[in-house]
Design a protein around this ligand. Structure first.
Ligand code: GLA
Length: 404
């Protein structure tokens, strides 16, 4: 009996020590800036955006079909909420300056489309630009901020992505603050998505300029490696560029490393699983941008992995950090509200390698016996003391939840 009691106290003490060490590992985090005051996006936004699947080839039939597919594919049930039309829906302004949708492609009008999306229990998002023209040369909102915000509100828009093309000498913070003020005065709660590509370090001022999320990178390129031109940033480079940004993200204002690429064909499913795992560890917005009508089972399985979505959407809202980097292998960790932590063992090499998660490297006491659950196989791997190791495929990620 005494032996059992001793063992019990030893385990108890080990648990306390492990907890203290885990807390200490994250104690260096600066305090997050004040909350964005529109009260939205308490967890990272989830949804679908038209850009990577269709570029400018969008119309109301297609967007309605996407809204249908959000429901029938199980995306809505998994938590995806916003259907966002990106650039090219707008063609001009009327005599009063009111923005006009393409009368052929959106013949029923944007309000009717938003109503349809709402009828499916989803929310509706739209796109504009802080300059005089969008990146595709459509009318931007510069000089029309309050009028456009009122128009969006009257249409039932729930989310605005606001781009940065054709802004000449405009000031970033002021331009975004102006539109955020316009949105807040429109009387409708509208999530504000800053799309400034990370060039002016928006993580430092995005929240104060009213952003609920801000792009931290240029447009992600649907490839593992980057391309020859500077705007072709592959997944590997995008992941790398997020390593020092965790302190800036949190409830109400999130770092946004751009959209999910699964289903678009430039990478293999291992790489798409890596993107999904990393976006969840980073507490990144989960915005799919593929053709949902023709999505195959592998893609659907990636997007609807509930255990991984739960990591992304965890209410603590802490962006995970890279704790170990040894050559091409990395270990990233994210603390969760139930006291556990999620880990990604990331293999950036061209061949499979064994990655060892050493308790001491990530703030656990080495004698602690901890439960390891694999979030892709949905299996408990068992209880481990000291280390856990896994063979990780080339460009792959093993995603775990570790708890006492
Ligand atoms: C920029 C943005 C993209 C997309 C296009 C549309 O490149 O970063 O996400 O919105 O404009 O033209």
């Amino acid at each position: 009996m005494r032996k059992a009691l001793n063992l019990f106290s030893a385990i108890f003490v080990a648990k306390i020590i492990a907890l203290v060490l885990v807390t200490a590992a994250f104690a260096g985090e600066p305090v997050r800036p004040l909350l964005n005051n529109n009260g939205l996006a308490r967890t990272p936004p989830m949804g679908w955006n038209s850009w990577y699947a269709y570029k400018c080839d969008i119309d109301e039939t297609r967007i309605r079909a996407i809204a249908d597919a959000m429901v029938t594919s199980g995306m809505k049930a998994a938590g995806y909420e916003y259907v966002i039309i990106d650039d090219c829906w707008q063609v001009g302004r009327d005599a009063n300056g009111t923005i006009l949708a393409d009368p052929v492609r959106f013949a029923s009008g944007i309000k009717a489309l938003a109503d349809y999306v709402h009828s499916k229990g989803l929310k509706f998002g739209i796109y504009s630009d802080a300059g005089i023209a969008t990146c595709e040369g459509r009318p931007g909102s510069h000089g029309y901020e309050y009028q456009d915000a009122r128009t969006y509100a009257s249409w039932g828009v729930d989310y605005l992505k606001y781009d940065w093309c054709n802004t000449s000498t405009q000031d970033r913070r002021e331009s975004y603050l102006l539109m955020s003020d316009a949105l807040q005065k429109s009387g409708r709660p509208i999530v504000f998505s800053i799309c400034e590509w990370g060039s002016g370090r928006p993580w430092e001022w995005g929240r104060a300029s009213g952003g609920n999320l801000w792009r931290t990178t240029g447009d992600i390129w649907d490839h593992w490696e980057s391309g020859p031109v500077h705007w072709q940033q592959g997944l590997k480079a995008v992941i790398d560029s997020q390593a020092d940004l965790s302190a800036y993200s949190g409830p109400g204002g999130w770092n946004d490393p751009d959209m999910l690429q699964a289903g678009n064909g430039g990478m293999n499913d291992t790489e798409y699983r890596t993107q999904f795992s990393m976006w969840a560890i980073l507490a990144a917005p989960l915005i799919a941008s593929n053709n949902l009508m023709t999505m195959n089972d592998a893609t659907r399985t990636i997007f609807t992995n509930q255990e991984i979505i739960a990591v992304d959407q965890d209410t603590l809202g802490i962006q995970g950090r890279r704790l170990v980097k040894t050559g091409n292998s990395e270990i990233w960790a994210k603390p969760l509200s139930d006291g556990s932590r999620a880990f990604v063992l990331l293999n950036k090499a061209e061949t499979a390698q064994t990655i060892v998660l050493n308790w001491q490297d990530v703030g656990y006491v080495s004698s602690a016996r901890l439960n390891v659950r694999n979030l892709w196989s949905h299996q408990i791997e068992g209880k481990f003391a000291g280390t856990y190791s896994a063979v990780v495929p080339a460009h792959g990620a093993v995603m775990l939840k570790i708890y006492q």
